[in-house]
Design a protein around this ligand. Sequence first.
Ligand code: AHR
Length: 537
Amino acid sequence: MPSRRQFLQQASTAAFACCSSTRFGRLVSAQATSTADQTSRILIDSRRSISPLDRNLFGSFLEQLGRAIYEGIYDPGSKLADSNGFRKDVMQEVRSLGVPIIRYPGGNFVSGYNWLDGVGPKQDRPHVLDKAWDSMNSNQFGTNEYMQWCKAVGTLPLMGLNLGTGTPEQAAALLEYCNVEKGTQWSDLRRKHGYAEPYNVKHWCIGNEMDGPWQIGHVTATEYGMKAQDTARQMRYVDHSVQLIACGSSGPFMPTYLEWDREVLEQCYDYVDGLSLHRYLGNTNEETGEDSSKYVAMNLTMDRQIAETLAVCDLVRGHKRSPKKLWLSFDEWNVWYRARTGDAVNGHRKEAPHLLEEVYDLEDALLVGGMLNTLMRNADRVKIACLAQLINVIAPIMTNENGLFRQTIYYPYAWALQYARGRVLNVLVESPTYDAKGLDAVPYLDAVATNDNGRTTLFVLNRDLSKARTVDVIWEDQPPNRVLASQLLTGNDLKAVNGFDAPERVKPQEFDKPTTSNGRTRFEVPARSYTVIQWGA
Ligand code: AHR
């Protein structure tokens, strides 16, 4: 069975041509307009919006993998743990970030996971081999511990179901265990385990990356689509109110990209609410030729992936004459390309091995800012998205036995969580462009804005790696009164990283508050930067 990485390498040459050759989407094409004087213009009219912003767009992901759970959020032997074994410093960090929804327990892990191994008295839980990551799982942390942890940090669970070795019946049983109050086999088991109240989990992923030959239980699209349909039907018998997400393509690198989605949806469109998509980007020889100018534009290929996936959803909708429009769950996205082979993905049958511990630099953070911009401007159809992942495994937050530090990518994510609220505005961005091999003309500036009761927030990525860029914001209706917040992430060294030795090498700086007069705000964004500015009415 090829690993995801091996599979990706084999497929990348052919697939890259398809995923990066052009861009589309109303805002992105608007950005391509060049201005002669090199000043960029961002036209904002608060009456013109794309969509309300679903906060679940800024979700995250915790897989039973590496040190995400064990040594990450759960470490009963640690001096930093509470009486439940939860790391207090990590809880505090996640709580203050305000992550609205967190996907669990996988990922590839879920496709071989028996949820019954992780419930009931801890001393009776089996030690099992997790075949996806060749690691040992003590099962001391399972569904009930996860629900308690979610409650403690103020987030909601997005539960993954095993459609690999698992059956539709087992998936429906887990739903019954979680959501039915009492009086049924599985709800009574939960109560016997000491949890009287149901959890009312709303969002469920029907499997994970089932298109991938690396996935335990991988099947054809039609087989998966039929199994997803049966799973969804059985789940709705248990609780009709759930929101169900079918597995879409793992990414544009797949030879079955979009065809998989179409065939799956032909089987289960009427039974599900959303379709998943995943994307990991990297500054690799194959993807970007290790060219940082191209790398920081790669979020535009995510815009394209969203548009193509929606086209398939709507094609099937047409076939079915369905009144229902599916939404997308971009439930894995991030930069991931270094810790992707060999010992970085093989646990050698250890518990809590150091896996996928990617170290992020400044240019990764800039791209993550761009990816967040992409998600926001597609908020009309992307309703859930998960930064993959949250702790220790391809993560913004890293722990050791003494504490934690924030990786570079933490900051754009934290800003989206803090400042992006209300509605996403349909801004018009006019920016000079540059050439990047395999992409259409790339705008130097990538900008999105949100508005919440008169508070306007602007997020600007400056892809120019050598020059500052002048920006004119043109307020087409009401200009703002004052700047409430303005911050900037930049630096001279695109490869600078944070670590326990230097936790603040890359961190936000205050950005000079720009002034507004005659309906126009002019400011300069430095080279290699991601900036957030929030104005009050
Ligand atoms: O997030 C790491 C892995 O990437 C997940 O387990 C899998 O779904 C994806 O291939």
